[in-house]
Design a protein around this ligand. Structure first.
Ligand code: GTP
Length: 599
């Protein structure tokens, strides 16, 4: 098929605005998936995606479309909607020429509509605005239309109206895709190939399978290719397209999107954003994507120490198809050997843990997620990224600490402004601008420390706005942080996994809370246990759990008083011994409750 009859596009939207459902209708109308094989959200192929009704991984699919103007090949990349995966969206967008910007008529323009629109603009893509869910009895068609016109500075006639549920308007949408989205262009003449890797997966017998957009030339089985960034070479074992299952083809040519089987078996050889070119004549590499940066870290330990190797293999396996997952080995006295892993956000963390459990049958202990701090030793000028709280300096004098901030958009009905501003005060949020977007929508641009975002900011925002506020954020750089390390001591000994980094201003409050929590969950024992929280070299909160007075003489029925006294004496000595060596028994379930994500 010549280039002028190819269209590559993506659907972008706020979460749950109906991308996958609309994709189903496109697949149906183009007879890509037979009706009898059709099921809801057919592109969400992972079991976890189907169960939760969310898209986690982008999924490309090729459709054939016949129209008055001839036969067309349409390549769609369905992208995930959740903010944690916006990194996936940016990758997909570099492989296409246009996007459908979908807005749910029942909700109108939401915070993430802004974010994804900005991404599409960054790549100079053609944007087709689409109002979805027009069948819904609670659709706010007129308001949504006004909001989109305001957002895109476009006319009402340019906006399409569809229902992914009933299929209404989807035929016109297909026509619009062909007429509005430009055909792909090549840069170099000749057959020398150049393709952009936008994703990959892994198969046990085929190795790494890259998902690529071919920009120049042709790639076929037997082609000798190499990765520009890593220099690794391979001979193509198979090429093909997604229907949405893999379907092998004789070749992939310029303008097309498909997969390339490399046979490579090591992690790190294929990199998202890398360019593949011919070994004999390499064309210049694409600028590539931003490397995904972990936003939160958590430690993952196998509950059974024997599973450590299995955990390592499982993480390596997941990394083969998830460029955003990173991890390093660590060990903790109480939890044994495990890994400190970096994630794109809390949902990403939750999904990886869930996959480790399901796909590899692991039982895990996962610590409270924390963020990374850049700590500069002012004496040596050396900067270290610290992403485990117990490694943070106990005293920050002599150090400069920088922490990540995020910039965020919040959209909400103006009547909730008062509540939300109160919330801002308790989360160190800086309000930059407030604009009225339409009659009942205000848009707030704010900035806040990532540390505060992680303290359940989003949940609280939802709750103070009765669920109406929508939120979207992105990292916006590092700023000076006033934070301290808070240690927890049990029986006079520091328990490293309980350490946390907290805002200096909230130090006392956090110290009290953590001591109180441990006081509640630690069972009484035969000795008195002191629980303390310490920061900047002093104890700031403390509680004592009194000893369990188990009368060892209880079972002695009746009289021999001297025997009772002897036994009590012996017990006293025993207690003393235990206290001396500070051996407080912290049962595993207490660890779990203290370090597990508190939700
Ligand atoms: P993520 O990928 O997780 O962001 O979701 P998504 O944008 O792909 O949305 P999805 O297609 O999963 O749809 C979200 C919800 O909206 C589901 O409950 C759908 O059944 C519903 N929905 C989607 N399209 C329509 C529509 O046209 N009309 C109505 N009434 N409901 C719809």
């Amino acid at each position: 098929m010549d280039l002028s009859h190819i269209r590559n596009f993506s659907i972008i939207a706020h979460i749950d605005h109906g991308k996958s459902t609309l994709a189903d209708r496109l697949l149906e109308l183009t007879n890509t998936v037979e009706k009898r094989k059709m099921r809801a959200q057919v592109l969400d192929m992972m079991e976890l995606e189907r169960e939760r009704g969310i898209t986690i991984k982008m999924q490309p699919v090729r459709m054939k479309y016949q129209t008055g103007g001839g036969d067309y090949l349409l390549n769609l990349i369905d992208t995930p909607g959740h903010i944690d995966f916006s990194y996936e969206v940016s990758r997909a967008l570099q492989a296409v020429e246009g996007v459908l910007l979908l807005v749910d008529a029942t909700q109108g323009v939401q915070a993430q509509t802004f974010t994804v629109l900005n991404m599409a603009r960054e790549f100079n893509l053609v944007i087709i605005p689409v109002i979805n869910k027009i069948d819904s009895p609670i659709a706010r068609l007129h308001e949504t239309e006004q909001e989109i016109m305001e957002l895109l500075k476009c006319s009402s006639a340019e906006i399409l109206r569809v229902s992914g549920k009933t299929g209404e308007g989807v035929g016109e949408l297909l026509e619009k895709i062909v007429t509005r989205i430009p055909a792909p262009k090549t840069e170099f003449v000749g057959n020398d190939p150049r393709a952009l890797v936008f994703d990959y997966s892994y198969s046990n017998h085929q190795g790494v399978i890259i998902y690529a957009r071919v920009f120049d030339g042709e790639i076929r089985r037997g082609s000798e290719l190499s990765f520009s960034a890593t220099g690794d070479k391979f001979v193509v074992l198979e090429v093909g397209s997604f229907l949405p299952e893999k379907h092998s083809l004789a070749s992939l040519v310029a303008g097309e999107i498909g997969y390339i089987v490399t046979g490579l078996k090591r992690a790190g050889q294929a990199k998202v954003g890398d360019t593949v070119t011919s070994v004999s004549r390499a064309l210049p590499a694409f600028p590539g994507y931003r490397e995904p940066e972990p936003v939160v870290w958590a430690s993952v330990y196998p509950e059974n120490a024997d599973d450590f190797t299995l955990l390592r293999q499982s993480l390596e396996r997941l990394r083969l198809s998830d460029a955003a997952l990173s991890f390093v080995e660590e060990s903790s006295g109480s939890l044994g050997r495990g890994f400190r892993a970096g994630f794109l956000g809390l949902l990403h963390l939750e999904i990886i843990v869930e996959r480790l459990k399901r796909e590899f049958n692991l039982t895990l202990v996962v610590t409270t997620p924390s963020i990374g701090y850049e700590v500069k030793d002012l004496a040596t000028g050396k900067t270290t990224l610290i992403y485990a709280p117990h490694l943070f300096p106990a005293d920050t004098r002599g150090y400069e600490v920088m922490e990540p901030w995020v910039s965020a958009s919040i959209i909400l009905p103006p009547s909730y402004l008062g509540n939300v501003i109160k919330l801002f005060n308790s989360h160190e949020v800086l309000l930059l601008t407030t604009n009225n977007f339409s009659e009942d929508r205000s848009v707030l641009e704010v900035e806040l420390p990532l540390r505060e975002l992680m303290r359940h900011f989003f949940d609280e925002l939802k709750s103070v706005s009765s669920g109406f506020a929508s939120f979207s954020y992105q990292l916006c750089g590092l700023r000076r942080a006033e934070v301290v390390r808070l240690d927890v001591l049990v029986g006079g000994e520091t328990v490293a996994p309980f350490a946390r980094v907290v805002s200096r201003a909230k130090m006392e409050e956090e110290a009290k809370a953590v001591v109180e929590k441990l006081f509640k969950v630690l069972p009484r024992q035969l000795i008195t246990i002191k629980i303390q929280a310490q920061a900047l070299g002093r104890i700031i909160s403390s509680r004592t759990i009194s000893a369990l007075r188990k009368d060892v003489t209880d079972y002695l029925y009746g009289g021999d008083i001297t025997r009772k006294m002897k036994l009590r004496e012996k017990q006293k000595k025993g207690k003393k011994k235990m206290q001396n060596i500070g051996s407080v028994n912290i049962p595993p379930e207490v660890f779990l409750r203290m370090v597990g994500s508190d939700k």
